[in-house]
Design a protein around this ligand. Structure first.
Ligand SMILES: CCCCC/C=C/C(=O)SCCNC(=O)CCNC(=O)[C@H](O)C(C)(C)COP(=O)(O)OP(=O)(O)OC[C@H]1O[C@@H](n2cnc3c(N)ncnc32)[C@H](O)[C@@H]1OP(=O)(O)O
Ligand code: NDP
Length: 318
């Protein structure tokens, strides 16, 4: 969700599909909560009654996001804390800080992460290590600190945002390996921590419309122009990319009591994209697939379909 779009927007415009008091009395943490998917999750959790601390490296962006959230939710506690999740000491201090401010840590959403696109042969060892450090080691450090400092005694709920690494991840070898490892970590933690009343799940988004995803592949010289994530639409079964609100809805479900019997899963949210492995099946046109949340303007999507058709990568148009 573009932060600017929320600024000044009527709160009802972003209303959640869930019950308004779903997370009343709860408090928790969203890493990467100042931008994109993390911001949408923080926004929805606040909508549903929770107090939220957002964290990431860039203080200016965090402060701006927190100000926007406080304006939208004056009755809630919105806090921020600068933390590089690749630094173990900063992670420990960040979890301590959440507990000092809220006195509890009912949920953690690990949304901080990322990578750069490059063919495997062009990824240096240090580049690979850096991306693994961010997405795997950083996520582990946050989970373990949250457990040691609070959830061991009180139970809790963790959702890790990863990515659809399934069937390999061309141009993303580092993040594919790290995200697959987090999916496995999710299963192990779910097993070990069930006895403590802690659920641990992952959400694996496919192509999602966010400010940074638009920029993500630009260096690749993609044939479909400025928004390569959106350019994937013709090749996804539902023929569109996803919104940050759709990811947030799934996270809120997993954090809710309706998911009490769900632990250790990785839920894909990709419009069916990772099912595209059957060479004998050609995607049909789609004109009535449901939409939810902020998506690219219709004319941009149409342009993407026309460009794909012109490049003879697609027979049909939208
Ligand atoms: C179907 C699903 C589609 C999935 C699409 C996914 C979309 C998204 O994820 S959108 C979110 C995107 N947001 C981010 O990725 C933000 C976070 N990313 C980063 O901060 C960087 O990418 C980072 C993980 C590499 C960390 O950056 P930083 O700490 O600044 O790293 P260094 O500058 O110290 O570099 C370390 C190492 O990595 C090499 N490197 C960094 N960037 C690139 C690049 N663009 N191309 C090639 N190599 C890069 C860098 O050169 C260093 O290696 P050495 O040179 O060997 O030392
Ligand atoms: N958008 C998409 O299509 C997809 C996104 N994803 C993943 O979902 C997550 C959110 O993506 P999205 O919202 O689109 O992109 P963003 O770039 O907006 O989100 C990444 C967030 O992680 C934070 N972050 C990055 N590195 C660190 C670090 N070392 N320590 C703490 N925080 C850090 C960034 O803040 P700061 O720079 O201030 O540290 C930023 O808030 C990411 O993990 C992304 O890879 C997965 C699949 C698809």
């Amino acid at each position: 969700m573009a932060q600017q779009a929320v600024e000044g927007a009527a709160r009802a415009q972003w209303a959640s599909v869930f019950r308004e008091d779903l997370f009343e009395g709860q408090a928790g943490l969203v890493t990467g909560g100042g931008t994109g998917i993390g911001f949408a999750i923080a926004f929805e959790l606040l909508t549903l009654g929770a107090d939220v601390l957002i964290t990431s490296r860039n203080e200016d962006r965090l402060a701006e996001a927190a100000a926007t959230l406080r304006k939208a939710f004056p009755e809630r506690k919105v806090e921020y804390f600068v933390c590089n999740i690749r630094d173990d000491k900063e992670v420990a201090a960040m979890i301590t800080n959440v507990l000092e401010r809220f006195g509890r840590l009912n949920f953690v959403v690990n949304c901080a992460g990322g990578q750069y696109p490059a063919p495997a042969s062009a990824i240096t060892n240090n580049g690979f290590r850096t991306v693994v450090d961010l997405n795997l080691n950083g996520t582990f450090a946050v989970c373990r600190e949250a457990f040691d400092q609070y959830m061991f005694d009180h139970g809790g709920n963790i959702v890790n945002i990863i990515a659809t690494y399934h069937n390999g991840f061309p141009m993303m070898a580092h993040t594919g390996a790290a995200r697959a490892a987090v999916a496995n970590l999710t299963e192990t933690l779910a097993l070990e921590w069930a006895a403590y009343g802690v659920r641990v799940n992952s959400v694996a988004p496919g192509n999602i419309y966010s400010e940074s995803s638009k920029l993500h592949y630009r260096t690749k010289g993609n044939f479909l122009g400025d928004d390569p994530i959106a350019a994937a639409a013709p090749f996804i079964p539902c023929k569109r990319i996803g919104s940050t609100q759709e990811v947030s809805g799934l996270v809120c479900f997993l954090l809710s009591p309706a998911a009490s019997y769900v632990t250790g899963v990785t839920a894909r949210i990709d419009g069916g994209a990772t099912l595209m492995s059957n060479a004998s099946y050609v995607l049909c046109d789609v004109d009535n697939y449901p939409k939810y949340g902020e998506l690219p303007p219709e004319e941009d999507t149409r342009a993407v379909f026309e460009a794909a058709a012109q490049a003879k990568l697609l027979e049909s148009k939208l």
